[in-house]
Design a protein around this ligand. Structure first.
Ligand SMILES: *Cc1c(COP(=O)(O)O)cnc(C)c1O
Length: 418
């Protein structure tokens, strides 16, 4: 095992540690209280069920929903698949034909790939573009809605750039399209994984019909998630992906992982506290402090995506004239992510940054920092120091940066190949 004791963890969009209070809540359900929540004939089962129902209410409360509207899943990848394929397959079976889905180019792969799977089955999918700030144009959404549109799936906040979409406006547009019969069957699904515990999320105020939740992005355990499915009219009909005992209102069969569910419930309670009691503002202050410091110490650095409509814990920065991979090597005491994704053999710039229109070269110089509940001022100070000194050093070795500093406009340079 590699030593991690000296590493500074600034990758909280990838995953978060379990809060100690979450672990404490879970442990009894691994040991003494190990009952199956579906056992109705003894107290082992009753206690497990009580714990599951409490967790449902805790998760519901975080998003202004009721516990009855929460469906447990193995994580947000499954939640997104269940929402998208579940809506599509129910429609397909009952209407006897495929329909149309609207989503966005910058969605998480779990949304994009679920949509692409449906395209192979004959579904039509519109992938909305985004502005250079990472937000969709509402008119594009209005124009894309059709009579056979059954789903609009737009994430709350992006996992790479932290940009927050105009969710309440989108909810309004979708609800209006349904009421006016422009798109009579349409429902609004939102992947809110990154937003929960960072910004207030209210499914009623934002007219969200379905919403995906993941445990391990909000200080809960890995391998547990939830899908909020609104109850009431018009009824939302979702076809299950997994058949079995008909658990979870028929939408998701399988024995409930009680300890995981208890952990997610506790995590939701703490996430609500972060918002309600303003703890998240401490994270925002640290993030703003880090961005401010980097800007005073370094030139030619750029933030990717809107700073105004952004999660309080995210920075995604392009450090011009240095290679992202070289930066990652140089700052290896900081656990963070680069804007390049190693897809198979090639090193491709992030599709999210490309969708914003970030230049390929610049996209390759991008680093994502994700602060979290346990990030300290001291860690941020150390991270700033490391980033500043290493970027300066890398730029000393960069002929392009030299030229820019000498006042040469790189666009006018005639490069010769050899
Ligand atoms: C991590 C993440 C997911 C996937 O969640 P899992 O619980 O890990 O399957 C989906 N959407 C977004 C935006 C994410 O950040």
């Amino acid at each position: 095992m590699k030593d991690i004791s000296d590493l500074i963890y600034l990758d909280n969009h990838a995953t978060t540690p379990c809060d100690p209070a979450v672990v404490d809540a879970m442990i009894p359900y691994l040991t003494q209280q190990f009952g199956n929540a579906a056992s109705r004939s003894h107290a082992f089962g009753w206690n497990a069920l009580d714990a599951v129902e409490l967790a449902r209410d805790q998760v519901g409360s975080l998003i202004n929903a009721t516990g009855k509207e929460i469906v447990w899943t193995s994580g947000a990848t499954e939640s997104n698949n269940l929402a998208i394929k579940g809506i599509a397959k129910y429609y397909e079976r009952n209407a006897g034909k495929t329909g149309h889905i609207i989503t966005v180019l910058t969605e998480h792969k779990a949304v994009l790939d679920a949509c692409k799977a449906l395209m192979r089955d004959g579904w039509d999918v519109t992938f909305l573009e985004v502005e250079s700030d990472g937000r969709i144009r509402l008119d594009d959404l209005k124009n894309a809605l059709r009579e056979d549109t059954v789903l609009v799936s737009v994430m709350y906040a992006n996992n790479e750039i932290g940009v927050i979409q105009p969710i309440a406006e989108i909810g309004e547009i979708v609800a209006n399209a349904r009421a006016s019969k422009q798109a009579p069957k349409v429902v609004f699904h939102c992947d809110a994984v990154q937003a929960l515990g960072r910004v207030p999320v209210d499914v009623k105020a934002s007219k969200i019909d379905m919403l995906s939740i993941s445990g391990h992005k909000m200080y809960g355990p890995k391998g547990i998630g939830a899908l909020f499915v609104r109850r009431g009219r018009p009824r939302i009909r979702v076809e299950a992906l997994i058949d079995g005992g008909g658990h979870e209102r028929g939408m998701r069969s399988g024995t409930l992982p009680v300890h995981q569910i208890v952990g997610l419930g506790k995590a939701a309670e703490l996430a609500k506290k972060d918002i309600d009691e303003g703890h998240i503002e401490k994270v925002r202050e640290l993030r703003d402090y880090m961005w401010g410091k980097l800007q005073t110490e370094l030139d030619e650095i750029f933030i990717n995506g809107s700073m105004e409509h952004r999660l309080p814990n995210n920075l995604n920065i392009s450090f011009a004239y240095v290679e992202g991979e070289a930066i990652m090597l140089a700052i290896k005491e900081i656990a963070c992510s680069s804007g390049s994704a190693c897809t198979s053999a090639s090193l491709e710039p992030s599709y999210v940054l490309r969708a914003l229109g970030v230049d390929v070269e610049l996209a390759h110089t991008s680093i994502r920092f994700g602060l979290g509940r346990f990030t300290t001022r001291d860690e941020v100070d150390r991270a700033i120091e490391i980033v500043v000194s290493k970027i300066r050093k890398l730029r000393e070795m960069s002929p392009l940066y030299e030229m820019v500093k000498m006042g040469i406009d790189l666009k006018t340079v005639q490069w010769t190949a050899h």
